[in-house]
Each structure stands twice: as C-alpha cells, then as structure tokens.
Write a protein that binds this ligand. Sequence first.
Ligand SMILES: N[C@@H](CCC(=O)N[C@@H](CS)C(=O)NCC(=O)O)C(=O)O
Length: 205
Amino acid sequence: MKLLYTINSPYARKIRIVAAEKHIDIKLEEVVLSDPDCPVKQYNPLGKVPVLVLSEDNDSLYDSRVIAEYLDNRTPLAHLIPKDNTAKSAVRRWEALADGVCDAAVAVIMEQRKPEQKQEEAFIARQMDKVTRGLTVLNNDLGHSKWCVDDTFSLADIAVGCMLGYIKLRFGTTIDLAADYPNLERLQSVLIKRQSFIDSMPVAN
Ligand SMILES: N[C@@H](CCC(=O)N[C@@H](CS)C(=O)NCC(=O)O)C(=O)O
C-alpha cells in the first residue's frame, strides 16, 4: 500500500497518524499537486490528496474518511472508530466538523494566494466565519474532557489535532488558540507529544 500525500495536508496527516497509531506499514510518496506529472489524478479523478493506492492496477481509496475507516478495520489493534453506533456517529461528527474547518481554512489560503486585486474579501470573511464557528463549537463540546468522545483516544482526536496543526501553521499569528479556544489548546498540547503527531508535524513553506 502506498499513500500519496503532501507534507502540509491536514487530511493526509490524519491518515499518516492513523497508520502509525495502528502500526500499519504503508509506503509514503510525497507529491507536488501542481506538477503536470503528478500521479494523483491517475488514482483520484478529483486530483486531491490523500490517496491510498492499494495495487498497481489503479485500485485506490479516497478521501481521507474512507481511507481512515479502511485502515481502522484492517487490524483489530487499537480501534480508532468505535464499534458502538452512537459512539461511532459521535466520532464521525467530530471528524466532519474538524475536516470542515480545514476545508474553510484551506479555501482562505487559496484565495489569499491570488493576486490581491482578484481576492474576494466577502468570500474570505464567509470562510473565516466557518473557521471561528467550528472552533467555538469544538472547544465548547470538548469542555474539560481529556478526549473528544467517551474519554477514549479516537479518530475524533486525530482529526481535531490535524486541524489544529493546520490552523497553527497557517493562522498562527491571527488565531490565538490558547486565549480563545483553551480546551482545544490543551488537547493539542497532549496530542503533540505522541510520536505519530511528532513524525507528521507540518512545516512552514
Ligand atoms: N475531503 C477530502 C479533502 C482533500 C483535500 O482537499 N486535499 C487538498 C490538500 S489539503 C488537495 O488535494 N487539494 C488539491 C485540489 O483541490 O485540487 C479528504 O478528506 O481527503
């Protein structure tokens, strides 16, 4: 199995962490999405990472939520998605909201990379609203709990941790997690001590 990824994609990081936590050996292939020869489109018509290539005859899985579930079911070791339906839906909702915050944050970054006169301020403001509303709900829902769902480390914590890593990377000077979202900051400070998080830390570029 081979994972096509980019170093700072929070969705791809989620998969790298899931694989590491589950002790599943996958080959990592870093790609450059803007490269005309980038192999991602061959496996995912949407041209997005992460993609998990299962075999050379183009058998592949995407997106990150599908890959996470596939890897979680591959070994019975340390389940990250609970079997119980209520807990499972809770974990997947946390993941959906964390991923949704990433979607809005990525959209802002893409807009801000356009020449200034082509950027739409109203679009950026709408996306930033989603980021702040999402962070507020996640922070409130976490409260003083150690982990997001049922006091157990799960895919919810991984998804939230990857989102927080991306927010720190891209909005570190404008969003003060410690001041405005202290519960999330506390969760992040625990997560970044795990080897899986250390090994997949995003890098400024
Ligand atoms: N819902 C997807 C989102 C994946 C995604 O948006 N990946 C970004 C990188 S952070 C990407 O590949 N963007 C390239 C593009 O949109 O063309 C997932 O969870 O895997």
